[in-house]
Design a protein around this ligand. Sequence first.
Ligand code: GLN
Ligand code: MG
Ligand code: MG
Ligand code: MG
Length: 440
Amino acid sequence: MNEISGIRASSGGRPQFVQLIFVDMNGVPKGMEIPIGRYEEAVEGGIAFDGSSIPGFQGIEDSDLIFKADPSTYAEVPWEGIARVYGYIYKDGKPYKADPRGVLKRALEGLEKEGFKAYIGPEPEFYLFRKNGTWELQVPDGGGYFDLVTLDKARELRREIALYMQAFGLVPEVLHHEVGKAQHEIDFRYDEALKTADNIVSFKYLVKAMAEMRGLYATFMPKPIYGFPGNGMHLHISLWRDGENAFVGEEGLRETALHFIAGILKHAKALAAVTNPTVNSYKRLVPGYEAPVYISWGYRNRSALIRVPAFWGNGARIEYRCPDPSANPYLAFSAILMAGLDGIKRKLEPEAYVETNVYEMSDEERSKAGIETLPGSLGEALEELKKDKVVREALGGAYKNFIAYKEREWEEYVTYLKAKELPLETKKVTEWELERYFHV
Ligand code: GLN
Ligand code: MG
Ligand code: MG
Ligand code: MG
């Protein structure tokens, strides 16, 4: 790869370049490359860069930032012959307030002060497109959930991804065709929250690169096609205390888990702004596609927003089904964990769990059971976020940047709808969304 007149990006198997990677406010990886000779400098003093054109970061009047590599994240990018590393951003000698990875680090320190450690395992879904100047799904794949052989044209690609994942320290667990045509899922092993957030960034980078090499385009856009299932990213979450799963005891779920669930349900509307942060996210959260719409919880119940899978012992966890892969994983984890922690601190109790299909309940039945509805649009979710102190504070110094950036995004969409004379409730996926989010 990358061979130009005999000179290679790696020499004798050793990378000659290192990509310094961080994510912008959207969770999209950004980075610069340095010759390997500068790597020490990147770890120790940091490398300066101009943050003015990074979505959601600084204005041009004050945009000098420093990237400091976190050497524990160093990995080789085997197909490029280079290395890459994640890190933290600094400004004026201090941690930069809007650095998403720094926000999560600080949130986890808060959690640790309360005695907890968080483990998260994601289930990211994606579609494969052939992008010939159109947005049509052109992969000749008629498959659906768990289909094999002729209906599953991407099986080799999925395996290739799983093999390369290991180079990045991810442990693939399950690979399968998803419900949508040309939709796929690869689950990887849970890890500490910061590691899992890094892993999600690595995973998306990897899937896109592998797809590109086969002439395909992978998108994690939450709802690329109207009428098709969306791309979710369910999160399996557990808290641990003193080396033990704090969610279960001898007799099943502990109070800690119930309070955590109650905290998430209480803040679910504001959380949506962070776990489902794009205009397109709300095209996914509609009935009929296994995506959550109502704020409820249940055991095994996949129509609920929070599901408690039937695993006890140390594997016990909750599954939060709302997040989608357009979320910035660092900010989403911070927000979810702080919402859950609020439930624990205030000993909140969740409403009764539901055993029936929530979609089939009447409005009256739902309201009797205390089941509310998730925000119907990014605009609504942002209003909820503005009202929710706990979730706002979970984003720390990034909150101001986040809300300003996202409000502008929402306004641009509203302006587009007006120009096209489309109603605010438009559930079809617009050209505006495809232009803006297809690369997500
Ligand atoms: N694609 C669905 C979603 O949007 C999830 C389907 C599944 O994994 N059961 O969340
Ligand atoms: Mg799954
Ligand atoms: Mg799935
Ligand atoms: Mg799931």
